[in-house]
Write a protein that binds this ligand. Structure first.
Ligand SMILES: [Zn+2]
Length: 93
């Protein structure tokens, strides 16, 4: 199933509402997508990591993808992460 998703290295399921997951990095509560277990997914969680913790997320993904060998996906991901990183570093301007 999808329980092996690497997003769970960054999130814990909320103790009070299992339809939400809490980010370990910033403690944000992120919806898991639906009201029932069958509708849960990790796309909101991945979006949060992409936008808010792009460096840590990219590092985690690159470690995993080198093991599962998905070169095209990795290249596209790195381009997007580079753009996100640039937008998030006002101190470098
Ligand atoms: Zn976060």
């Amino acid at each position: 199933m999808s329980s092996n998703s690497i997003v769970w290295e960054f999130f814990d399921v909320s103790a009070v509402d299992e339809s939400k997951a809490k980010c370990r990095l910033c403690n944000s509560l992120i919806s898991r997508g639906g009201k029932g277990t069958a509708t849960y997914n990790t796309s909101n969680l991945m979006k949060h990591l992409d936008k808010t913790h792009s460096e840590q997320w990219a590092a985690t993904k690159s470690v995993r993808s080198s093991k599962s060998s998905q070169p095209s996906q990795t290249a596209a991901g790195q381009l997007r992460i580079a753009a996100a990183f640039e937008a998030q570093t006002p101190w470098s301007r």
